[in-house]
Design a protein around this ligand. Structure first.
Ligand SMILES: *Cc1c(COP(=O)(O)O)cnc(C)c1O
Length: 471
């Protein structure tokens, strides 16, 4: 029996609520076989369609085995974030409204949400009031957009219109990145024709922070050239922050463009307790961050800010004359993103911020840091466990010596084995990384719902994996 649209949506609401209810107790990462997953869905496109309710039931059955509980309180892999209930709700409505957010005239409500939420975010992060903002898919797209603006501005100053003429024959831009820059900085450079391998990599310290003295030394022979410097707030391994004030100081005499990748670390600026880590942030030219990580908005949602709105807009939009260009104050969102037609991401971001307020955002970020520090304190107190990083944000790096002790290679192997056992156990999920040539377990706290009890349960599961009973 075919359900009415109202009944179909009610059925989905029930399924979604069941999923949310299951999150606190469901195994976080389920072992799945790719062949078994494939077998559930016929490879051949059916000739005749199926009933929508049956299609949804089939998807939901697939999801029961094949979605990872990243939305739950004990997912600590990568830096993923969950979703605030209010943001899920806003996102449901966004799908239902089916807005094309590119143009103001297609969705005045979204354009206003972006304008307002963009202003709130500038205030939260302490960015210049005149900075432009784009609501993009994620921090990869945000880094791309910001570096496109940089490319425009640097070449414009050198008398070259890169959007019109391309890079063939253009003056060369010198690009400097910290040795610990996120891979998406390199991808952005690759996509922009600035080259992944021709960058100057600047030395970092033991926590992965760019060294201002090394930056100054790298800049010295480049004086007078167009220069782009990419700094980072929040290292994906250690959580460490490049010293932005010192970097801004070093960069200034060179007239360089300073970009800050702060996918999750930028959120430190929203907390009075943590804002010291990003002192000097406002002196950069562009900033990239995510809403789908630590703001706990649904995927996909990233944000780019630029202190030079004209460069931002020139880099990303070629005005098409058939478009209805609104005069005056209305803002066309497409001018600030690489996309043209796109999802109305402004609703969920606005809803998340409206429901949290300034204090709620700060509390959420501070709680994440407190949870990471709790992990570090409890695990670090156990024999054979070493905390490798200064836990200044939400990231904890750990190594596990084998029960009988052993050398560095044995500790590498036991650390990997412990990670494998934790993943198999399913109480929580985390993954491994390599830090300074050594295997490490990486714990990242970025879910709004993670509480002390989740940390303590996870600590017990991790220690049980690292210290199996003898025999
Ligand atoms: C996650 C991350 C990115 C990329 O962000 P996406 O949202 O995955 O595109 C960039 N930089 C840093 C530091 C990150 O942690």
């Amino acid at each position: 029996m075919t359900l009415s649209t109202r009944e179909l949506l009610a059925d989905v609401a029930r399924r979604a609520a069941d999923f949310v209810d299951s999150l606190p107790e469901r195994p976080v990462g389920l072992p799945v076989q790719v062949d078994a997953m494939r077998a559930e869905l016929p490879a051949a496109l059916p000739e005749a369609g199926a009933d929508p309710a049956a299609v949804i039931a089939q998807l939901d059955a697939l999801a029961a085995r094949g979605v990872v509980a990243t939305a739950g309180p004990r997912f600590f892999g990568f830096v993923v974030g969950g979703t605030l209930p209010v943001a899920v709700a806003a996102d449901w409505l966004t799908s239902t409204w089916d807005q094309n957010a590119g143009l103001y005239v297609l969705s005045p409500a979204n354009a206003i949400c972006e304008e307002v939420a963009g202003g709130w975010l500038r205030q939260l992060f302490g960015l210049p009031a005149a900075a432009s903002v784009g609501f993009v898919t994620g921090c990869q797209a945000a880094n791309f957009s910001a570096l496109a603006a940089a490319r425009h501005a640097l070449l414009e100053r050198a008398g070259w219109d890169v959007e019109a003429r391309g890079l063939f024959g253009a003056p060369e831009i010198e690009v400097l990145v910290g040795d610990e820059a996120h891979v998406t900085i390199h991808t952005a450079l690759q996509m922009l024709g600035l080259g992944r391998d021709r960058v100057h990599r600047v030395a970092v310290d033991g926590q992965g922070r760019m060294r201002p003295d090394a930056l100054a030394a790298a800049l010295a022979p480049l004086a007078g050239r167009p220069i782009l410097v990419c700094a980072q707030a929040g290292n994906i391994n250690t959580g460490a922050f490049d010293p932005l004030a010192a970097i801004a100081e070093v960069v200034r005499p060179h007239g360089a463009w300073l970009h800050v990748d702060g996918a999750f670390g930028l959120w430190a600026a929203a907390s009075p307790q943590l804002a010291g880590h990003v002192a000097g942030l406002e002196r950069a030219d562009s900033w990239a961050t995510d809403a789908h990580k630590w703001l706990n908005a649904p995927y996909d949602s990233g944000l780019v800010f630029c202190a030079h709105p004209a460069a931002h807009r020139a880099a990303l939009s070629a005005t098409a004359s058939y478009l209805i260009q609104t005069e005056g104050a209305e803002r066309d969102p497409f001018e600030w993103t690489p996309e043209f037609s796109r999802r109305a991401r402004g609703f969920a971001v606005w809803a998340a911020l409206a429901s949290l307020g300034r204090q709620g955002v700060a509390a959420m970020i501070e709680r994440g840091v407190a949870m990471a520090q709790r992990f570090a304190a409890r695990l670090g107190a156990a024999p054979g466990v070493e905390v490798l990083n200064e836990v200044v944000l939400n990231q904890v790096l750990l190594r596990f010596a084998p029960p009988g002790g052993g050398d560095a290679a044995a500790t590498d192997a036991w650390t990997r084995e412990t990670i494998r056992r934790v993943q198999e156990d399913g109480t929580c999920w985390l993954s491994g990384t390599t830090w300074r040539g050594r295997a490490a377990m990486r714990i990242s706290v970025s879910n709004w719902s993670t509480r002390e009890a989740d940390v303590d349960r996870s600590v017990a599961a991790i220690l049980a994996a690292a210290r199996p009973p003898a025999g």
